[in-house]
Design a protein around this ligand. Sequence first.
Ligand code: NAD
Ligand code: TDX
Length: 342
Amino acid sequence: MIIVTGGAGFIGSNYVHYLLASTNIERIVVLDKLTYAGSLDNIRSPLTNGQIEFIQGDISVEEDVESAIRHCDAVVNFAAESHNDRALLDPSPFIETNVKGAGILAYAAAQNGVKRMVHVSTDEVYGEIREGSFHESLALRPRSTYPAAKAGGEMMILAAVESFGLEACITRGVNNIGPYQHPEKALPLFVTNALLDMPLPIYGTGQQVRDRMHVLDHCSAIQIALERGEPGGLYNVGVDNECTNEYMVDHILQRLNKPKSLKRYIEDRTGHDFRYSVDSTRMRELGWEPQYDLNAALNSSIDWYVKNEWWWREARSEEFENYYKEVYQDRLSQAGQDHTPA
Ligand code: NAD
Ligand code: TDX
């Protein structure tokens, strides 16, 4: 039996679909709090077909974790607050879930004899890098609340490895794109705004760089880490699909046949990391090989939102619209159509 925490969110739900399609694991249990970011729509068909079980619960609440984790062989932890812009509005849930939750989960896993665990972390824990790539041996220098809390969570996992012999490893993935990503994140926000003929809000100059990994490549890496990762091992997961935010926006507009006049350059995100890049040699040495190059990752992701309007209309809920107004309304009203925000 495997527990997938945060399995109703973006990457967790893709991992559930990946497990069902690519492995013979007999029992899959999703434990998810169903915050604004989680939705049973993301795992609707396996739930309806009885292929998975769902427990609504919070990884930072001991009783929720204890009752779910008994008789479990493996845990993959996706549960987190994951959006940088929300961390700027309210850090509390980030500290609660990403640090305390990771600690409670790791302790419960160790006490209940869980055999294997992967804790899904992020490239952002290293901080930004203008040139070259981060290696796992480097010190963590997170520059804002979300990655700082993720770094804290990693320490909780490593403490349980040392203190209790928990067989857990940690993956540090780059930016994911693909199906079921909440529309607060850049690619689904840009695609769905374009489909709605709304402006696309680009932070600062749009020259920031991200390595865009298709979520299924991330899922295959996590599975390999679960099967072959060393206890206490750290594994960068990157794909060399670097591009600027502006390149991604232009690509989206072109694919959707929408005008460049939808682009808006708005006031930058506070503490915006300019570039992330990781050296994934260690992950590749475990036998991992990503399948999607940049164009394939972008195009298949864009096309999914075009085909699944029902999904993103649901995700662009009242909660989302309130959040959108809070983060974007003033900045958009002062926006420019060239690289200099008005
Ligand atoms: P997401 O926000 O889409 O999903 C998070 C899920 O966790 C949601 O279903 C939510 O309901 C659930 N959750 C939140 N708090 C919880 C709690 N206390 N207890 C139980 N469930 C809770 O996030 P995502 O983009 O799918 O990211 C998943 C994981 O991967 C996160 O740990 C994130 O840090 C990491 N990660 C994400 C990316 C990326 O590009 N999205 C890249 C690298 C690593
Ligand atoms: O409206 C926007 N305009 C914009 O220019 C948004 C939402 C984003 N951006 C920029 C900021 C980033 O440079 O696009 C880039 C990507 O932004 P996000 O999708 O918010 O991702 P990022 O902040 O890079 O973090 C993501 O990758 C690492 C995930 O959200 C994290 O969970 C993951 O750990």
